[in-house]
Write a protein that binds this ligand. Structure first.
Ligand code: PRP
Ligand code: URA
Length: 237
């Protein structure tokens, strides 16, 4: 977790101090927000949050949770029919209609994207680097490998932590400059503050999360949360 540094006057910088936040109940029924209710997800979430879970195990769990989220978030994808031959004869099968894009928000989104690839190996991976300034909590773009030729039915932006929503809103702004018919945001833990901001700013996107937490602390970390998802995946404490 990034240390709280001091602002110019030597005063600790607490960007969320005094900022009003909605409660869980106020955001639970937002349209287009899907919160997992799967017991296996709840089980894995407890192991993920545990402060004694070390980076190799933490990364493995992020990947597994990514695969479960991929399974839930792809449940309404469009199919097209395709004639095939089984060893027994001809039949009409089905396949996904159009490509699938996955945009990991670097760097913490990398583990989630790996989980998506377990479920959809053909997915195109569009890397987008955003870094949250820990003083202002604003996201800054530092890397963009989004192709200009788009042949997708949907793109999933994936990032484990939806805290103030700055990174999520900016990521969707970037993706909306490509002509993608459907956009989804997928995360592991969301704060109510982020869900409200993201769904008000981008009411047309769908949001899939494993769980909804209580609030943000004064420096913009999710409570009870899991700490810093990037540091815990990659061992950079
Ligand atoms: C974390 C996290 C999100 C962002 C969430 O990334 O993975 O991208 O913060 O915060 P927000 O909702 O307030 O924008 P961070 O910027 O720490 O970078 P990292 O992935 O490299 O650790
Ligand atoms: N980023 C994280 O990794 N964790 C939080 O709680 C908030 C932002």
């Amino acid at each position: 977790m990034t240390e709280t540094t001091t602002s110019g006057g030597g005063r600790p910088s607490l960007p969320m101090q005094g900022v009003p936040q909605p409660s869980r109940d106020e955001v639970l029924n937002l349209p287009r927000v899907h919160i997992s209710s799967h017991p296996v997800m709840a089980h894995k979430m407890t192991a993920l949050r545990d402060k004694n879970t070390q980076p190799p195990e933490f990364y493995r769990l992020v990947k597994e949770i990514g695969a479960l989220l991929a399974y839930e978030a792809t449940a309404t994808l469009a199919l097209e029919t395709v004639p095939i031959e089984t060893p027994m004869g001809p039949m009409i099968g089905e396949r996904l209609a159009g490509g699938i894009g996955v945009t990991p928000i670097l760097r913490a989104g990398l583990g989630l994207a790996e989980g998506f690839r377990e479920v959809i190996p053909d997915a195109q991976i569009w890397h987008l680097g955003l870094r949250r300034d820990e003083q202002t909590l604003e996201a800054m773009e530092y890397y963009n490998q989004l192709p200009h030729r788009v042949d997708l039915q949907v793109c999933y932006a994936v990032d484990p932590m939806l805290a103030t929503g700055g990174s999520a809103i900016d990521a969707i702004n970037v993706l909306k400059r490509r002509a993608i018919p459907r956009l989804c945001y997928v995360g592991i833990i969301a704060a109510p503050y982020c869900l409200l901001r993201l769904s008000q700013t981008h009411p047309d996107i769908e949001i899939y999360i494993a769980t909804l937490d209580e609030s943000l602390n004064d420096v913009g970390y999710i409570l009870p949360g899991l700490g810093d998802a990037g540091d815990r995946q990659f061992g950079t404490f």
